[in-house]
Design a protein around this ligand. Structure first.
Ligand SMILES: Nc1ncnc2c1ncn2[C@@H]1O[C@H](COP(=O)(O)OP(=O)(O)O)[C@@H](O)[C@H]1O
Ligand SMILES: [Mg+2]
Length: 238
């Protein structure tokens, strides 16, 4: 994954999974220029559950998308696992994302025609795991999120909480070192919300996974290692 991307000193970054330096984001709509992020310097430590909070419209989803390499900042650098993603080519970035980041974004993005198990399998396939190995791992991932009995159901036959758990099973496919989640419990009832939180906590604390999450859920604040607030385009830790 080196390619043309810049690697910074790994000993200096090994405990910092995510680093943002001077990140700014400006959206342009016609003559209107709207600066959402004004100079974000940030580090997320390995194995932490890091929350990102802030008012609606403050730029949380924008920042998460930039840190995930889904959106290019107007100014600034992002390093993930010691690699500068902001200097990667689109192809390098896609490969890097597939190998290293599990996404739980809003909306479930499940394929309606596929069963829960098949929805997980396609993600494994993209990661190069195929055939019976993919079927076996998809089953194991659905077990892990408590959906063994729903493996052969299609999204329309699943509740909101169950769909979200399929989305989480997909994000966990092939044990990515980084999980990024945008309000993962927002659409869930209290029990499935609790299950999802417990699962994310276990991943970080037992799996060494770094979890970066946008959330308003007070139950997640209880299990978080750190909370950062985004307001007026700048970040403050608390
Ligand atoms: N692609 C875009 N083009 C123009 N404006 C955008 C775009 N994406 C987000 N915005 C604006 O940026 C601001 C921050 O949006 P967002 O990151 O979704 O906030 P949050 O997730 O904190 O609610 C909002 O005012 C939103 O309208
Ligand atoms: Mg948002």
């Amino acid at each position: 994954m080196r390619g043309n991307s810049t690697s910074i000193n790994l000993t200096a970054t090994e405990n910092r999974t995510i680093i943002a330096e001077g990140v700014e984001m400006v959206f342009q709509a016609g003559q209107q220029r709207f600066q959402v992020l004004k100079g974000i310097d940030w580090e997320v430590k390995r194995g932490d559950i890091q929350l990102l909070m802030g008012p609606s419209g403050s730029g949380k989803t924008t920042l998460l998308s930039i840190l995930a390499g889904l959106l290019t900042p107007t100014v600034g650098q992002v390093y993930l696992l010691g690699e500068e993603i902001t200097s990667m080519s689109p192809a390098q970035l896609t490969r890097f994302r597939r190998q290293n980041i599990g996404f739980i974004f809003q909306g479930f993005n499940l394929f309606p025609a596929l069963t829960a198990a098949e929805n997980v399998e396609v993600v494994l396939n993209v990661k190069g795991i195929r055939g019976s190995r993919a079927r076996y791992q998809a089953k194991a991932l659905l077990d892990q999120v408590g959906l063994s009995l729903q493996a052969n159901q299609k999204p329309r036959d699943l509740s909101g909480g169950q769909k979200q758990r399929v989305a989480i099973a997909r994000a966990l496919a092939d044990n990515p070192p980084i999980i990024m989640a945008d309000e993962p419990t927002a659409a869930l009832d209290s029990e499935s919300g609790h299950n999802v939180i417990e699962l994310l906590r276990r991943l970080a604390k037992e799996g060494g996974c770094t979890v970066l999450m946008v959330t308003h859920d007070p139950r997640i604040i209880d299990v978080a290692d750190r909370v950062a607030y985004l307001e007026d385009g700048t970040l403050r830790a608390k």
